[in-house]
Design a protein around this ligand. Structure first.
Ligand code: SF4
Ligand code: SF4
Ligand code: SF4
Length: 359
């Protein structure tokens, strides 16, 4: 049962057009498939789809989707990140304020850590016995998310720590549905609704995921704490640095045309490619579409470049008109003939020889 936008019991939605796997033939993203405890994300021919009869709307997959294609109708992680940052309660818990900690991503956790005063506690005390934590996959995902958020915060030596609560204290009160509702009412009084809504509304219409824009806004607020050296070698799941080999790039521009977040764009005069690390979601679609294999990823991460969407010129070509096909091509010296015409000559040279011999 496939549809462009599928809803499970009005609680959970899959936006087909935002899904990397569904929109790009070669993309191999399967994060949600691997995480879903019910096997609700399935392939229908080559396309990913949500089986609405199987999905229980647990929201365990929501935080891990790089493009925000998975949406819980009852929990918005971006809104939560902003609201929780304003509250006094320091604990993120599936018994109090989130459906599952995996409904958040490391980008949300960093946003919270940067905006919230005081310590942050992630309540992992209920994960082991949880019915959706099959084969420990959900707990491992949450732990990886916290580790990644902490590694990111260490880049600028932030003193903020994200504590993990693994055991319930003996006198812990039973948090039933009534207790949860009471807490949410108290919490609502602490939140500046207008500020939250204004920030979220200003983000609409962007090609990047909203969690990324919130993260960059949070980093801008903390920019005075950045150390002088902001470049590190670091492996983050949500961003990569890109380079292009000018010797092999054909200036076909497909990497920029297919990039889902516009992290890659084309120079105005069509002579090269620009990269904005702050918009990249490490989806690898650019690598997949680049036929000569000229575009590469590395782990160089620069906090200022990322935060302020600085542009990096990855490749700049000198264009010439090919003497044979009359189309512009990147000229690297020597004969003014493009690679395509050279290839054609090399592969079909016999035809021309025969024609000449017959004259
Ligand atoms: S995690 Fe998101 S982008 Fe990846 S396959 Fe699932 S829905 Fe698509
Ligand atoms: S890097 Fe690859 S895809 Fe991008 S313009 Fe160059 S050849 Fe084309
Ligand atoms: S630059 Fe490449 S890896 Fe980054 S978002 Fe664009 S297509 Fe994906």
């Amino acid at each position: 049962m496939r549809n462009e936008s599928l809803t499970a019991g009005d609680l959970f939605k899959f936006d087909y057009f935002k899904c990397l796997r569904s929109e790009f033939a070669k993309n191999e993203c399967r994060i949600c498939i691997d995480l879903c405890p019910e096997g609700a994300m399935v392939f229908d021919r080559t396309k990913l789809t949500l089986d609405t009869e199987v999905c229980t709307a647990c929201a365990a997959c929501v935080g891990s989707c790089p493009t925000e294609a998975l949406i819980s109708e009852t929990f918005d992680p971006n809104r939560f990140a902003l609201e929780f940052s304003q509250q006094k309660n320091p604990k993120i818990s599936c018994k109090e304020n989130v459906p599952c900690l995996a409904a958040l991503s490391s980008e949300h956790l960093i946003t919270i850590a940067l905006r919230k005063e005081g310590e942050i506690f992630c309540d992992l005390a209920h994960c082991e016995g949880c019915s959706i934590n099959r084969d420990n996959r959900i707990l491992e995902t949450i732990e990886t998310m916290i580790d990644e958020a902490e590694r990111f915060l260490q880049i600028f030596e932030s003193e903020k720590r994200i504590e993990r609560v693994r055991e319930l204290p003996d006198d812990a009160p039973e948090t039933g549905r009534r207790g949860l509702l009471k807490k949410l009412v108290n919490v609502a009084n602490e939140v500046n609704e207008e500020t939250t809504m204004t920030e979220l509304m200003n983000l609409s219409g962007e090609k990047q995921p909203l969690k990324r824009i919130l993260l960059k806004n949070s980093l801008k607020m903390a920019a005075e704490k950045f150390s002088e050296e902001t470049t590190v070698e670091a492996d983050f799941s949500f961003v990569v640095n890109k380079t292009i080999d000018a010797q092999t790039c054909t200036n076909c521009q497909e990497c920029a045309m297919f990039c889902p977040t516009e992290a890659l764009s084309i120079l105005q005069d069509n002579t090269g490619i620009i990269f904005q690390m702050g918009k990249c979601i490490a989806c690898s679609i650019c690598d997949d579409v680049c036929q000569p294999g000229s575009i590469h990823s590395d782990k160089t991460f620069d906090l200022v470049t990322f935060t302020f969407d600085r542009m990096q010129l990855l490749v700049k070509h000198t264009l010439e008109i090919c003497e044979e096909c009359k189309v512009a091509f990147p000229y690297r010296g020597g004969e003014r003939v493009c690679d395509r015409c050279k290839d054609f000559r090399a592969n079909h040279g016999d035809l021309f020889t025969m024609a000449r011999d017959m004259e």
